[in-house]
Design a protein around this ligand. Structure first.
Ligand SMILES: NC(=O)C1=CN([C@@H]2O[C@H](COP(=O)(O)OP(=O)(O)OC[C@H]3O[C@@H](n4cnc5c(N)ncnc54)[C@H](OP(=O)(O)O)[C@@H]3O)[C@@H](O)[C@H]2O)C=CC1
Ligand SMILES: CC(=O)N[C@@H](CCC(=O)OP(=O)(O)O)C(=O)O
Length: 401
């Protein structure tokens, strides 16, 4: 296709050049247009998916590029027209190239070499995506130059009460001042606050799959705040790439395993979000399970409805709450959400079912733990913080089968 034909095809489809995109109403919700970077000569080379800064406007430092969520950021950013990775860190893997750790990135030759956090230089960086283990992140973010936009995927800035952090994470909070300014990044619920945030605490994967259906139902007082029972299941990538016996093939395959029973560290995060929605204390029973699959997450939630409320009322409320949302989808009545159907995408699919027991309902929600549960939601948030339409670069359809 010649350049002029290519351009006219794109213009005909309503695409904007990137400076038009930036000066249009930035951060506008559910903008479905496709944005393309300006390119004066469109050779096959210039059409290859690329990751480094090159023509891209926002220079991103990716901390923890050698982990699973870091790799997912790299995959998603390959198609992002405005964000390019200019700095990438690792710990044990510092000094290596990304393709030596992830051979599926062999085409991404222009990505920087992984360096240790101490050797990373942030002078030419606009934004930071922090994909490090919880407990390491507060010190590292504290030392970053002011003025950078930061999305932290770890749990280090999610709990507003620093004593609660200490109780559940077993160490004192090392950046309480930063905690005060951190905004909780459950995009569909805190979009307005995220727009002006400097530091966003990206939610945990379980809390994302649980709060998305429950927050609107709690806000509208359709369900009781007690007796909420949550049974969640995660693929093994949720535990990261580090070697652990529990993640060996032999330990995972042909079975499921409950863990963190009664004391999983996501409980305070889930209760914080639900209590904020209720304006009073909400407690939940939560049990996560490790499943023999690489990615995907399902939360099955059992609730007691307020007097006189039916499952149809819950369904209608979720329909209203999410009808304009691009990434949260209430399925047709009776259709069971499956992890298969969101795999590799930034979607959360959900549905509500009347329980056989009167007065109760069962809600099922599914996400991909690495996308809406981590890196996809992080990019959705960074898009908003940098003034781009929040779906930019996130137009991945689910990967099935
Ligand atoms: N996996 C998931 O589904 C989700 C994860 N999260 C959170 O995102 C964060 C990253 O998770 P994930 O990618 O799965 O984890 P991984 O274990 O796969 O990756 C961790 C990354 O951090 C680096 N790292 C490890 N220790 C240190 C340290 N002390 N100082 C600096 N860098 C270090 C690792 O480098 P190296 O490879 O060199 O050791 C690696 O790049 C975690 O906080 C996790 O809880 C949130 C939602 C979902
Ligand atoms: C399967 C598995 O191990 N999952 C992780 C949760 C992943 C996640 O969202 O955790 P963060 O709070 O660390 O971001 C866990 O249970 O600890």
């Amino acid at each position: 296709m010649s350049t002029s034909v290519f351009n006219s095809v794109y213009f005909a489809r309503g695409c904007l050049w990137k400076d038009e995109a930036k000066s249009s109403q930035l951060g506008k919700r559910n903008e479905n247009r496709l944005y393309v970077a300006r390119s004066t000569s469109l050779s096959p080379r210039s059409l290859q998916i690329r990751n480094s800064k090159q023509d891209k406007d926002v220079r991103v430092a990716l901390l923890g590029g050698s982990g699973y969520t870091g790799a997912e950021i790299i995959r998603l950013l390959a198609n992002h027209p405005f964000f390019g990775i200019t700095v990438m860190t690792a710990d044990r893997n510092a000094g290596k190239s990304i393709e030596s750790l992830f051979p599926h990135f062999i085409t991404q030759k222009d990505l920087p070499i992984l360096v240790s956090s101490n050797d990373a230089i942030f002078s030419d960086v606009d934004a930071v995506l922090c994909c490090l283990p919880h407990g390491t992140t507060q010190e590292i973010i504290k030392a970053l130059p002011k003025g950078l936009k930061i999305v932290d995927l770890s749990a280090d800035f999610r709990l507003r009460d620093t004593s609660e952090y200490e109780e559940w994470y077993g160490q004192p909070h090392r950046a309480p001042d930063l905690q005060e300014e951190a905004i909780y990044g459950l995009t569909e619920i805190f979009r307005e606050e995220i727009k002006n945030a400097r530091l966003v605490a990206n939610p945990g994967c379980y809390p994302t799959s649980i709060q998305l259906p429950l927050v609107p139902l709690i806000k509208s007082k359709l369900i009781e705040y007690k007796n909420i029972i949550i049974d969640s299941k995660s693929g093994a990538s949720g535990a990261g790439r580090g070697a652990k016996v529990a993640n060996l093939y032999t330990e995972l395959t042909e079975g499921i395993m409950s863990y963190g029973v009664t004391r999983h560290r996501h409980v305070p995060e889930i209760e914080q979000g639900l209590s904020h929605a209720a304006h009073s204390k909400v407690t939940v029973s939560f049990t996560p399970h490790l499943m023999p699959m690489s990615r995907g997450m399902q939360s099955t939630i059992y609730v007691e409805m307020a007097p006189g409320v039916t499952a149809e009322d819950l369904y209608q409320q979720l329909k209203v709450s999410y009808e304009d949302e691009e990434f949260v989808k209430l399925l047709e009545k009776g259709v069971v959400p499956r992890t298969h159907d969101v795999r590799g995408s930034n979607y959360c699919y959900m549905n509500v079912f009347p329980d056989r027991i009167s007065g109760r309902a069962i809600i099922i929600s599914v996400i991909d733990n690495l996308v809406k549960g981590a890196s996809g939601q992080a990019l959705q948030n960074l898009n908003i913080m940098m003034g781009f339409p929040e779906n930019t670069g996130l137009g991945y359809l689910p990967l099935f089968p």
